[in-house]
Design a protein around this ligand. Structure first.
Ligand code: PXG
Length: 288
């Protein structure tokens, strides 16, 4: 496997980062998870825009243009002979010393991994996921904006561990006021009386690229959609619930905290959204 690392493609065995890189020492860095479908990189420009926003938020100046990063992403996919896969684009603060000071890191590092994707088993798309709410809260935006896709994922990892301990593959994280924020690696949507609702970024949701796609799909389908504060009660009593993310795509939820959602089977609006999503990923994107 070839990895793109700081301007060159290298063998995975040689793709190494210094122990003094602040991405490792402090989680000081940002990333994107991107999908390749049939030789098209899905919503590459939107991912690179979000990377730029994350970089700006942490005062990291990207020494590459959007076009250069885009070319590097495509080159990495081609070098690995991939037509479908998962792309991990990471930018770290770079090599510094043992203090926090990011200004002592002279040059950010960039690396790109393009690999096969491990999908949720197909049965969850037809039968739905059973998920739980976990005790770990989504971090307060006043401490660290959850909109920044940073290398600090411990908050989500703690929640993921709790999910697994409860026998679930995903979990809802509440914000510090007790409203639903999102899941550990997915955004959440509910359908109630024909309307699609999802928490806003202010409530702690990451501005997911897949989430944006749902807004566009809902418009196409003529289904009303809006951002709304949601409690667990709202989710328990929804007609349908589904999650979205680059890895999961659009996946239905049929149980939360032991409460059956709707009929207990994936609902009709989910079905229409998934169909549209699967069509879009095959027909849109940046050719590699
Ligand atoms: N919320 C969080 C916290 C995420 O990390 C999403 C929502 C969905 O966003 P997108 O842009 O993908 O629609 C994410 C992103 C993985 C993995 O390897 C998945 C994500 C992040 C990091 C790793 O499964 N999902």
């Amino acid at each position: 496997m070839k990895i793109y690392l700081d301007g060159a493609l290298v063998d995975s065995a040689d793709a190494k980062i210094s122990v003094f890189d602040h991405g490792l020492l402090y989680g000081d860095g940002i990333f994107e998870g991107i999908r390749l479908y049939g030789g098209n990189v899905f919503r590459l420009d939107e991912h690179l825009e979000r990377l730029e926003y994350s970089a700006k938020a942490i005062l990291l100046t990207l020494p590459w243009t959007r076009q250069q990063i885009s070319d590097a992403v495509c080159e990495t996919c081609r070098a690995n002979g991939l037509r479908d896969g998962y792309i991990r684009l990471v930018v770290t603060r770079g090599v510094g010393d043992l203090g926090l000071s990011p200004w002592l890191c002279k040059l950010p590092s960039i690396f790109i991994i393009a690999d096969k994707i491990a999908l949720y088993p197909a049965k969850y798309y037809t039968e739905g996921l059973e998920i739980v709410t976990v005790a770990t809260r989504r971090m307060n935006p006043a401490a660290l904006s959850p909109a920044i896709k940073s290398l600090n994922y411990l908050n989500n990892i703690m929640a993921k561990i709790e999910a697994r301990q409860a026998g679930a593959l995903e979990a809802i994280m509440l914000n510090d006021q007790g409203f639903v924020a999102e899941c550990t690696g997915d955004n959440i949507f509910i359908v109630h009386k024909g309307k699609i609702l999802t928490p806003s970024a202010q409530q702690g949701a990451l501005k997911g690229i897949t989430r944006d796609e749902i807004f566009s799909i809902a418009k196409e389908l003529g289904v009303p959609i809006e951002e709304h504060s949601l409690t667990r009660y709202d989710v328990w009593n929804a007609d349908e619930v589904f999650l979205t993310g680059t890895g999961a795509e659009v996946i239905p939820v049929v149980k939360l905290d032991g409460r059956t959602i709707g009929t207990g089977a994936p609902g009709p609006i989910f079905g229409r959204v998934l169909e549209s999503f699967r069509r879009r990923v095959l027909t849109e994107g940046t050719r590699i």
